[in-house]
Design a protein. Structure first.
Length: 652
């Protein structure tokens, strides 16, 4: 193995053979994490921590749903103290679940909580720092003085954790990096990793190792890069392989939250990273558990998959986003960087114009014209089916080669050709666009040479390997090393899954390649897994979550916790009703002003709880309206969007 691949590989055991990264075991009450323990599932209460009975009841519901650790916010000393009451109440009811105190800004609450609960989570961005959004010019000496100041504030907590056998999570959030880190490293994965390492080095100096680390972001791309970089830096500095807590923060609700979480968490699980999962949804905490379980369970029988050839030279950059450069073929690749969506109608019994509604095309009978929505697919794969009606002018049809020969008179009809047939040169080609159905085993030097010289070729890739993402990534490696810039549609086939499973699996399998800049199109074949609309929406949601094709408004809403000042689920729904047509706008909806503004990351507008019944509105990071009564806040948000020229009227 050459030095380059050895260096790049340091973020996981293997890029081609599934195996879980070996971490040290961390003791958290009676439920150890890391080492050979299974991937643990956890969540956080949303109820006020001072509501002892409510916290106990909610924790019990979470444990019964499958939570193995329960996190509870402790914003001040009084809540930290009340953790004792909650813990006693739970033990009396026979629940020994380890509790985790969630700390921001308040070392004194952390020091108290560490004497009571099994684990404390600190945020290195705000444990010893106040956030002022200032850029500071540090000298080496002044930076060192800052680190000394942190050490002084942090060591007392470490000592308490050592004395009481309490574990600690150093939980970096992309949105709440300290001004110090932002000034020196920037708002990026490198800054996130350094933020945790500053605290981790102090822990190791104090011989404290009962530690878990997280690198959360609401942007799955950033989150994936940060965890990978963290693993590489731990190895580089000779620090211990601490367990990783995986999560996409402020993921939102419903399908958006699930898809975003699966893209981030699933991509890392594929590489064998992750010892515990928290899926952050703006829903009841129990609703997070089945999602996390579903994500983790796919790896129970992953070991022993069909072998995939080793990689000698790895051309993909795992720590920052670089889109693979491809040549232009019709509307794939080149100057069309947007991945295309191909829907599957090849197994559909009857196809009529109305069938296209589910794929984002609405036929207006009175006007005799098609209305095309933002989630209209670009192509339909018909296999051996044919249709008689006129299709919208933006839509292409793909047929199996033999059937295409009977349909070639149609506009925008293209063939799908097996790689072996194409290679033998025995088939007639379209003079515009040919989809070549390709598996990794089809690729050799001669095939690459032929396809490189074929200006009409787009590879349509598939896999039958249980470790399919790795096999398809391996295929991209062959193309990149062979300097073959043919565009690629990533295809995956599923059958007999629940719609939840399909959403999570496809988001992992396709999203994991898209976050590495791979893929010029996506195709999901899913028999008995959900409606045509659901499958089409899932494809667009995956592209949205990977930020490769924006088709709707993005909501960065916090999962809520004991600090939350309004009903997040209800408010998110209200804001969604008014703004869901604002394609490309990002709206942060945050439960509290303590963490909300920092955690909104790169939202364009922010709606943040600033007191009971009061909302503060943001444009980017800037406060623009303070303490607006809740009843007026959604209207004010819409006005604000209008004032900044981002408003469009919804289609009637
Ligand atoms: S932003 Fe939301 S989840 Fe985070 S501390 Fe505030 S209320 Fe809790």
């Amino acid at each position: 193995m050459n030095a380059e691949i050895a260096a790049l590989k340091q973020y996981c055991n293997s890029l081609v053979q599934y195996s879980r990264r070996k971490t040290i075991e961390v003791k958290i009450g009676d439920v150890p994490m890391g080492g050979i323990n299974p991937i643990r599932i956890q969540s956080m209460t949303t109820i006020d921590t001072m509501d002892t009975q409510g916290s106990i009841e909610q924790t019990i519901r979470m444990v019964d749903a499958g939570c193995e650790y329960v996190r509870i916010t402790a914003p001040s000393i009084k809540e930290a103290q009340n953790l004792d009451e909650i813990k006693k109440g739970l033990r009396l009811r026979g629940y020994n679940v380890p509790l985790v105190a969630d700390i921001h800004f308040t070392p004194n609450a952390a020091e108290l909580a560490a004497r009571i609960v099994e684990k404390v989570r600190i945020n290195p961005g705000n444990y010893a720092d106040k956030k002022r959004f200032e850029t500071i010019d540090y000298t080496e000496a002044s930076y060192q003085a800052e680190l000394d100041r942190i050490r002084k504030k942090f060591v007392p907590l470490i000592k308490i954790c050592k004395e009481y056998g309490t574990a600690m999570r150093i939980g970096t959030n992309h949105g709440s990096l300290s001004d110090r880190i932002m000034s020196r490293y920037g708002d990026n994965p490198a800054g996130m990793v350094e933020s945790a390492l500053e605290f981790l080095r102090i822990c190791e100096d104090e011989q404290f190792y009962n530690i878990v680390i997280s690198m959360k972001s609401s942007n799955p791309q950033v989150m994936v890069q940060a965890y990978r970089l963290l693993v590489q830096k731990l190895e580089e500095e000779g620090l211990k392989p601490y367990p990783l807590h995986l999560g996409v923060t402020e993921a939102g609700d419903g399908e958006d939250g699930r898809v975003k979480s699966a893209v981030g968490i699933g991509t890392l699980l594929e590489d064998g990273l992750g010892d515990t999962i928290r899926v952050s949804l703006t829903e009841e905490p129990e609703a997070e558990v089945p999602v996390a379980r579903e994500l983790a369970k796919r790896y129970d029988d992953r070991v022993g998959h069909e072998p995939i050839a080793a990689i000698q030279h790895y051309p993909i950059t795992p720590f920052d986003y670089n889109r693979r450069k491809t040549r232009e073929v019709v509307n794939f690749g080149g100057s069309h960087p947007i991945p295309r969506v191909i829907a599957d109608f090849s197994t559909k019994e009857k196809i009529t114009p109305a069938s296209c509604f589910a794929l984002g095309y609405h036929y207006a009978v009175a006007l005799d014209k098609w209305n095309i929505t933002d989630t209209a697919c670009d192509y339909i794969f018909l296999g051996d089916k044919t249709i008689e009606f006129e299709i919208p002018g933006t839509l292409g049809l793909i047929f199996n080669h033999q059937t295409w020969q009977t349909q070639r008179h149609r506009d925008r009809a293209y063939p799908l050709i097996k790689a072996s047939d194409y290679h033998k040169g025995e088939v007639e080609l379209s003079d515009r666009l040919n989809f070549i159905y390709t598996l990794l085993k089809d690729i050799d030097e001669a095939f690459l040479e032929k396809v490189k010289n074929e200006p009409t070729a787009v590879l349509f890739i598939n896999t039958y390997n249980k470790h399919g993402l790795a096999e398809q990534r391996r295929l991209f490696v062959e193309l990149m090393n062979g300097r073959c810039d043919v565009p690629v549609v990533i295809g995956r086939a599923y059958a007999d899954l629940t719609s939840d499973q399909l959403q999570l699996y496809a988001a992992t399998d396709l999203g994991g390649l898209l976050v590495d800049g791979l893929g010029d199109g996506v195709f999901i074949a899913a028999e008995h897994c959900g409606s045509d609309k659901f499958i089409n929406d899932t494809a667009f949601n995956i592209l949205q979550a990977t930020r490769t094709r924006i088709s709707k408004t993005e909501y960065i809403s916090c999962p809520s916790c004991g600090r939350t000042l309004f009903d997040l689920q209800e408010t998110t729904a209200k804001i969604r009703v008014r703004t869901s047509h604002l394609k490309g706008i990002k709206i942060g909806i945050m439960g509290c002003i303590v963490n909300g503004p920092g955690e909104m990351a790169d939202a364009d507008y922010g709606y943040v709880g600033s007191g009971p019944g009061r909302i503060t509105l943001y444009k980017g990071k800037e406060v623009v309206r303070r303490n607006v009564p809740t009843a007026e806040a959604v209207d004010e948000l819409v006005d604000l969007i209008r004032e900044h020229g981002d408003w469009i009227e919804p289609a009637s």
